[in-house]
Design a protein around this ligand. Structure first.
Ligand code: PLP
Length: 410
């Protein structure tokens, strides 16, 4: 996709209608992109246009609307495939998001081959979405979940991998960018190490997609999972990427319409990939909106987005440290878009509630990553997370709000 726009944050902000609103009489400062990004008008309009002009079910109709809907839906798949450099759009299975993509791999790829005593390796910084499906699988099969340790900065202890990657390991599941710490993991290196032992690797790319260009072929992983709503697209849509041959070898996961070729009461044969994994009416508008989000992201030079986001991240990291009693959780050398912190013994929920009165949206809690909270000995943190629309002056507003909150609580 050709680059059409130089990155200009004020212009970018004008693409996001919600950023014009006020909260508690103050301009909205949205620092919760890691939970769900805001949507640019291009995405909103693509969805609106689908429902206004083309709405029909996909794949099954001969009438014009159904064909238009099918073209738009499959167009979303093609855009996403190109965006992550998949070899073919048949390698993209639409799912509800990262969570569903991981569950699909657990149940369809891994469950049939797991034996008691086999191991699944995940890191200590995973989101629950990349822990619980494997734990459930272990309960179903007698396999064992093992953990790659992290250090006090919140970085993967990659030097422990050679010992952990034994012949018992049947899959490595690793987050690309941690939603709780912001750590960017050396995923290509982990893939290389696992590949030497013939172990497949699943990458949880939920947080990486909006921040960094993803090339699934260059990464060398076997599965890449992503969510539309983290990358400025709709909720309820995401994808699993895997090589076509891998998907073809996997049994279907859910049964129903669309995933079949022929059904009798005696027997059913499966459709080709990716339809084999897309039972039932899909989230058509979601796939179209995701395609529009891909177009939106592709309209910038990713290096320019990275420079801007890093400026905001660096500035915020530095300014937050000016606040006495504030502890940043997760200080990896390579970070993206997320800062978790605690402020003395103020409960993060109380902090978040006060900060909201300044119009600032930040997240508080365990961020669906309880094991990493346990590692750092905290029940919860406050977390600011950045998108391409955030600015350093918004960080200044946060610092002022935190200083006032500090006066109130400490
Ligand atoms: N993995 C990571 C790192 C996440 O941050 C999230 C969501 O916060 C998920 C997985 C789950 O994504 P979804 O809820 O869109 O399936």
């Amino acid at each position: 996709m050709s680059i059409v726009r130089p990155f200009n944050v004020e212009q970018v902000r004008s693409d996001f209608p919600v950023l014009n609103r006020e909260v508690h009489g103050k301009p909205l400062v949205y620092f919760d992109t890691a939970a769900s990004a805001q949507r640019p008008v291009a995405v909103i309009e693509a969805i609106d246009d689908f429902y206004r002009r083309h709405n029909a079910n996909v794949h099954r109709g001969v009438h014009s609307l159904s064909q238009e809907a099918t073209d738009l839906y499959e167009g979303g798949r093609k855009k996403l495939a190109d965006f992550i450099n998949a070899a073919s759009d048949r390698e993209i299975v639409f799912t509800r998001g990262t969570t569903e993509a991981i569950n699909l791999v657990a149940q369809s790829f891994l469950r049939p081959v797991l034996n008691p005593g086999d191991e699944i390796l995940v890191s200590h910084m995973e989101h629950h979405a990349n822990i619980v499906p494997w734990q459930m699988l272990c309960q179903q099969t007698g396999a064992v979940l093992k953990v790659i340790p992290i250090n006090q900065r919140g970085e993967l202890e990659i030097e422990s991998l050679p010992d952990l990657l034994t012949e018992r390991v049947k899959l490595v599941g690793l987050v690309h960018i941690s939603n709780a710490l912001g750590t960017v993991n050396p995923v290509a290196e982990v893939c290389r190490m696992a590949k030497k032992s013939g172990i497949p690797v699943l990458i949880d790319g939920a947080q990486a997609m909006p921040h960094t260009p993803v090339d699934v072929q260059a990464l060398g992983c076997d599965f890449y999972c992503l969510s539309g709503h983290k990358m400025y697209g709709p909720t309820g849509i995401g994808a699993l990427w895997a090589r076509e041959a891998t998907l073809e070898a996997m049994p279907p996961w859910q049964g129903g319409g669309e995933m079949i070729r022929r059904v009798t009461f005696e027997d059913t044969t499966w459709n080709d990939v990716p339809a084999k994994f897309e039972a039932g009416t899909p989230h058509i508008a979601g796939a179209i909106g995701l395609g529009a989000a891909v177009d939106y992201l592709s309209s910038f030079d990713p290096a320019e987005i990275a420079v801007h986001e890093n400026t905001v991240l660096e500035y915020a990291s530095q300014r937050l440290q000016e606040i006495e009693g504030l502890r940043i959780i997760g200080t990896a050398h390579h970070k993206a878009g997320v800062i978790s912190f605690t402020l003395k013994d103020v409960h993060p929920h109380d902090l978040g509630t006060v900060i909201d009165h300044y119009g600032i949206a930040l997240r508080t809690g365990h961020h669906c990553a309880m094991p990493v909270m346990q590692f750092f000995g905290v029940p919860a943190t406050a977390r600011v997370s950045f998108g391409l629309y955030n600015t350093v002056s918004e960080v200044d507003a946060l610092i002022e709000a935190l200083l006032s909150a500090r006066e109130m609580f400490v």
